[in-house]
Design a protein around this ligand. Sequence first.
Ligand SMILES: [Fe+2]
Ligand SMILES: [Fe+2]
Length: 203
Amino acid sequence: MTALSQDTKNILGLQLPTDPRWVNLAGMSLQDILTDHAYCEQKAATSCISLIQGFADKTQLVEALAPIVTEEWGHFRLVLHELKKRGLTLGKQRKDAYVNKLLQFVQKGGHANGRFLDQLLMMTLIEARSCERFKRLSEGLDDAYMRTFYRRFMESEAGHYTLFIELAETYIDKEQVRHRWKQWLAYEAEVMQSNEVRGDRIH
Ligand SMILES: [Fe+2]
Ligand SMILES: [Fe+2]
């Protein structure tokens, strides 16, 4: 976990750091952030289950992702608990512009391996950006309890980011992974730039 003390750009390879205004906006709408966060964790668990279903023949992937499902669901429950403590309920899921835009970059046709790689790299990127956002919250929120709360998530998602890219390298040529990862990083920076900065969303 030593990498976390370095510059975010170096750690995660993300091309665009989060707009510094975001953490202040998020701090002002914690209820919305918690709801959005809960759904991020639910989607992370669901995506891992889908990968297990879709690539059941890939034993290493199945074994690596099975415990991540439990972990992401545990995260969902932690966030749900925070909502409950505040007398709040989960509420409805909101449109996820970030993930929807990332999905557009996943290859639709072509070689099955290319689509598989894109699915793993999209997961890597979401984990990386989530980790960066949780880092911002863990450093920038006024509420000390919530800073600690988000630090835990930051550490966990950093482990996931690493796992997904390692899984890609387990099944696909490292050069190909690196080449496509650079394209994903560039695309994600465009997505970040085109999305408005809003405090009611994790991404
Ligand atoms: Fe998570
Ligand atoms: Fe995660």
